[in-house]
Design a protein around this ligand. Structure first.
Ligand SMILES: C[S@@+](CC[C@H](N)C(=O)[O-])C[C@H]1O[C@@H](n2cnc3c(N)ncnc32)[C@H](O)[C@@H]1O
Ligand SMILES: Nc1nc2[nH]cc(C(=O)O)c2c(=O)[nH]1
Ligand code: SF4
Ligand SMILES: [Mg+2]
Length: 214
């Protein structure tokens, strides 16, 4: 059984695939935070910008098997023409708690490319087409290679230098959105300065927040 908080059609807002039409499938639950505000300060990941509790969001629910969830995802992709490869982004919460090879294979059989946004603490199943790892503080990584390392910046216990030798094709700094913490500061300016001083790293602005879509 897969537990899905919400699923929707939008543009990828972050990283190297920003601007690409995507079905987002947000799994419920995370291994680094309960999702409850009362637990945030003591969680293993404290700055999360996402509600991933339960299955009550848009197009959310419980899906009995891989084919049922794959068909749900396929139904959210618009059949406008066949020139673009359909794209699904599994996120959460932590998608690697639930994503498995059966679901990836079911989506491949519908021509979909499969992307994942993960905190990197769990081993991924085979078959993922685009793996984005976003390390969280000093939580140990189970994954040190992939397509994209996208580090939320700044994090005192996760400086970029710790990851710059890993085997990723793209290295992005994403300014920490402090709104979930009821704080403001210029994390954009700090990330900009770091990327200018360290050209291995590129800036990822969360364009969905700037443009006002999900
Ligand atoms: C909500 S997470 C879900 C996927 C996975 N659990 C992870 O942490 O990568 C999706 C993306 O949002 C990023 N993110 C979470 N909170 C953020 C914040 N306050 N500011 C900027 N990016 C944030 C994460 O680092 C990750 O790249
Ligand atoms: N548009 C849009 N792009 C995103 N890229 C990563 C997201 C996430 O929450 O994982 C996200 C999201 O929530 N919305
Ligand atoms: S690991 Fe990802 S989903 Fe979990 S609390 Fe952190 S940012 Fe949110
Ligand atoms: Mg998000």
């Amino acid at each position: 059984m897969y537990h899905v908080k919400e699923a929707f059609y939008t543009l990828q807002g972050e990283g190297a695939q920003a601007g690409r039409a995507s079905v987002f499938c947000r799994f419920s639950g995370c291994n680094l935070w309960s999702g409850r505000e009362a637990d945030r300060a003591t969680a293993k990941c404290t700055f999360c910008d996402t509600d991933f509790i339960g299955t009550n969001g848009l197009n959310g629910g419980k899906f009995a098997d891989a084919n049922a969830l794959a068909e749900h995802i396929v139904s959210l992709w618009p059949e406008i023409n066949n020139k673009a490869t359909p794209y699904v982004v599994f996120t959460g919460g932590e998608p690697l708690l639930q994503l498995d090879e059966a679901l990836i294979e079911a989506l491949h059989s519908h021509r979909f490319e499969v992307a994942v946004e993960t905190n990197g603490t769990l081993a991924p199943p085979a078959g993922i087409d685009w793996l984005c790892v976003s390390p969280k503080g000093n939580n140990p990584l189970a994954v040190t290679q992939g397509d994209e390392l996208k580090l939320v910046f700044p994090q005192t216990d996760a400086p970029p230098e710790q990851f710059s030798g890993f085997s990723f094709t793209h290295f992005y700094l994403q300014p920490m959105d402090l709104a979930p913490l009821n704080k403001t500061a210029s994390t954009v300016a700090q990330a900009t300065a770091y990327c200018m001083a360290n050209p291995q790293w590129r800036l990822s602005l969360q364009i969905h927040k700037l443009a006002g879509f999900d």
